[in-house]
Design a protein around this ligand. Structure first.
Ligand SMILES: [Zn+2]
Length: 267
């Protein structure tokens, strides 16, 4: 399931391969993935225009259209974005394809159809409308802002980290990695964390996400690129803690599966 590091990877694909190129043709294979805009209007607004800037907020990718507005992409559970030199070998589950006049195509793939492709007028209004909290890697989101966002919450710390309204970008998978690295029990109530633990959690959160982005690791793809001692390559039934080799404990928090080390995280 794409999380901040995956979407940052999609942003780089878009920035490297698609910016500044004239859109020659837009193909919507399945209009159910679009927002309110009908397919015909979506296509005609993009045809002949260029994408000139790529931005990410949490798990949302946005691309500025030179004639006005923003293309928005959300990847849900199974979404991905690829750039293909030759569009004739379109991958399965391609829902939207953008062909460029000089060469290549941007393809939005989504097997399970949870996600959305849309055009909106303004990026900041879009982020506000989606009720997204600050992006987990936004420079302005410092420890004071983090503390203010989570302070006094009685919720499990894992559920809080995954709440896009509080912090945007972290999902089920990276919340496990962050809490493992911070040696915090995912089921711990946030307001029971000591101030030093909260500070540590914030710095670990940034470090884990920055490292994943820098190494090109995702939530399910390229997890072998994560540094030694990471939880994710062991995050499966019967997996062992990379630190103490205890068998990982698996349980549900807020309907999501949490993996943690019973010894290192006291869970
Ligand atoms: Zn352990």
């Amino acid at each position: 399931m794409p999380e901040l590091p995956d979407v940052e990877g999609f942003k780089r694909v878009l920035a490297k391969s698609a910016l500044g190129k004239t859109i020659d043709q837009v193909v919507v294979n399945d209009a159910r993935i679009l927002g309110k805009l009908p397919a015909r209007a979506f296509i005609s607004r993009l045809n002949g225009s260029k994408l000139i800037e790529a931005r990410r907020h949490g798990k949302h990718l946005m691309a500025h259209v030179d004639r006005g507005g923003w293309l928005t992409l959300h990847f849900g559970m199974t979404g991905a974005l690829q750039f293909l030199r030759k569009p004739d070998n379109e991958p399965p589950f391609t829902r939207v394809r953008i062909d460029f006049s000089d060469d290549g195509s941007l393809v939005y793939i989504n097997k399970r159809m949870i996600g959305r492709v849309d055009l909106v007028e303004d990026a900041a209004d879009f982020v506000a409308g989606e009720n997204l909290g600050p992006d987990a890697l936004d420079r302005r989101f410092d420890f004071d802002a983090f503390r203010a966002a989570v302070f006094g919450s009685k919720r499990d710390v894992k559920a809080l980290l995954m709440d896009q309204k509080v912090i945007a970008g972290i999902g089920n998978i990276y919340s496990d990695e962050i809490l493992f690295r911070a040696r915090i029990n995912p089921a711990e109530r946030t307001d029971k964390l000591a101030p030093s633990q909260l500070k540590h959690l914030f710095s670990v959160m940034r470090k884990v996400l920055r490292t994943a982005v820098a190494r090109g690791a995702g939530s399910e793809h390229f997890i072998d690129r994560l540094p030694e001692g990471s939880l994710l390559p062991e995050r499966r039934k019967g997996g062992r803690c990379p630190h103490c080799r205890s068998v990982l404990k698996v349980f549900k928090i807020g309907g999501r599966t949490a993996y943690c080390c019973p010894r290192c995280q006291k869970c």
